[in-house]
Ligand binder design. Sequence first.
Ligand SMILES: NC(=O)c1ccc[n+]([C@@H]2O[C@H](COP(=O)([O-])OP(=O)(O)OC[C@H]3O[C@@H](n4cnc5c(N)ncnc54)[C@H](OP(=O)(O)O)[C@@H]3O)[C@@H](O)[C@H]2O)c1
Length: 206
Amino acid sequence: MKVVVVGSGGTIGAAVAAELDSRHEVVRVGRTRGDLRVDISKPDSIRNLYEKIGSFDALVCTAGEVHFAPLDQFTPEQFEIGLQSKLMGQVNLVTYGLEYIRDGGSFTLTSGLTNDDPVPQGSSAALVNGALEGFVRGAAIEMKRGLRINLVSPTVIEESLPIYAPYFRGTKAVPASEAALGYVKSIEGAQTGRIYRIGWSRESSN
Ligand SMILES: NC(=O)c1ccc[n+]([C@@H]2O[C@H](COP(=O)([O-])OP(=O)(O)OC[C@H]3O[C@@H](n4cnc5c(N)ncnc54)[C@H](OP(=O)(O)O)[C@@H]3O)[C@@H](O)[C@H]2O)c1
């Protein structure tokens, strides 16, 4: 399969690309690194990317930014970062990608646990991750031509603890290679409309 990995230079994306490399043609995409470049927060940039890629069988997105800050200090502009990048960036990759993806292909997006297991300063991440779950379930029932869409929601990643540990005290971490399995199941399996929670379950939420 021709598999596009947007965010392939990042912690999770690199592990996903490495896992897929031996079995598939992997097209690595990033904002500053990779075979091709895109800024997913800009719709025109996504259109340009697809014109360069042409047809493909699967798209993974492990890219997207969200701002972390105390709720009483959050500005509208800071909320916009997550909405334009991690949320609408991934949504637009799907809607524009429909024109280019082959029959039976799949989209796999990325969220995170903060909408179910909230963390300090994570209100924007919770907002975006919850919206992504809704989008994937809603989009799955409208997919035609045997197309599928799933979401991977990893717990905090071990390799990211030097940055994220202060936000995720008491949360179990998993290596990026374990999170990568969720993407592989989505791409090489047959399920659709699923949320693959990697390294955590919903039991911790109310
Ligand atoms: N790491 C964790 O613990 C964890 C846990 C759960 C969920 N997540 C989620 O998983 C995703 C990936 O996390 P990560 O830790 O792997 O991130 P990362 O190491 O910071 O890598 C992010 C990748 O996305 C690319 N990117 C960022 N903004 C972009 C944009 N606007 N357009 C195109 N590419 C862009 C970056 O490209 P450049 O390097 O070229 O800029 C980079 O390759 C994020 O949505 C994050 O919220 C992460």
